[in-house]
Design a protein around this ligand. Structure first.
Ligand code: KIV
Ligand code: NA
Length: 269
């Protein structure tokens, strides 16, 4: 049996080797990345990339649990963490504990991730003191899309720089084991990485971050809704799937499929 990477194993990588992280939402995709990545995030981005929602705001804890279970079934080696969805943790540290503990119990994942800076520090401390490993997420916070009026990069002006630095320090001090820096101007992401003791995991941040994360459907070229600047497409799987559908449709219409090879015959005799 393969030993699964633990939260302490992830922390230890800071200053030694980059942490490789991707999102996953389904068993087959989790399976194919398991031996190649360190940390799998069951992100609430699933609302946008697999459910076709415009934002992550209506993702539910039940959706996160179902996909967390699917990812755990497909993995043996990677450390798995699950996002706390919008409105499942912001009300109080107690609400956050109820949601996070339920997610760990029902999925078997090692940790949860939540969005927020200084205002979430109390909650991060409440969870970590009660043995729930928490990954922070600051900078561009998709669950804050209504307050921000869109998906906005952090650190573009001095006030925003100071805020993302304060937020990162607050979450690290509160006991988070790692922190996602999303959509943070590069020099600021680098500064934060140098200043805090826990690993930073960048997405639209900096090569200096202690790790990198991207949305799996984005790197595969499956999600074609839009492509943020920070997404690098490593494959054109969406194009390949379109071609498969086109060829299938053409063969059904021309009766080229199925040939006898794909049909059952009665027993001889
Ligand atoms: O939900 C998600 O996929 C995320 C990553 C982009 C960090 O939070
Ligand atoms: Na997320």
């Amino acid at each position: 049996p393969i030993k699964r990477l633990t939260v302490p194993n992830i922390i230890t990588k800071k200053g030694k080797e980059p942490i490789v992280s991707l999102t996953a939402y389904t068993t087959p995709v989790a399976q194919l990345m398991d031996e190649h990545v360190d940390l799998i995030l069951v992100g609430d981005s699933l609302g946008m990339v697999i459910y076709g929602l415009d934002t992550t705001l209506s993702v539910t804890t039940e959706m996160m649990i179902a996909h967390g279970q699917a990812v755990m079934r497909g993995t043996q080696r990677a450390c798995v963490m699950v996002d706390l969805p919008f409105a499942s943790y912001q009300e109080s540290p107690q609400q956050a504990f109820r949601t996070a503990s339920r997610i760990l119990q029902e999925t078997g994942a090692a940790a949860v991730k939540l969005e927020g800076g200084e205002e979430m520090a109390e909650t991060v401390e409440f969870l970590t003191k009660r043995n729930i490993p928490v990954c922070g997420h600051v900078g561009l916070m998709p669950q804050a899309v209504q307050m921000m009026g869109g998906f906005k990069v952090a650190g573009k002006n001095d006030e925003s720089v100071q805020k993302v630095i304060r937020d990162s320090h607050a979450i690290a001090k509160a006991g988070a084991f790692a922190i996602v820096l999303e959509g943070v101007v590069e020099p600021v992401a680098q500064t934060i990485t140098q200043q805090i003791a826990i690993p930073t995991i960048g997405i639209g941040a900096s090569p200096a971050c202690d790790g990198q994360v991207l949305v799996c459907d984005d790197i595969f070229g499956v999600f074609q809704g839009f492509k943020p600047k920070f997404v690098k497409r490593y494959a054109q799987v969406g194009q390949t799937m379109t071609e498969a559908v086109q060829q299938y449709a053409q063969e059904v219409r021309s009766r080229a499929f199925p040939t006898m090879e794909y049909c059952f015959q009665p027993n001889k005799g």
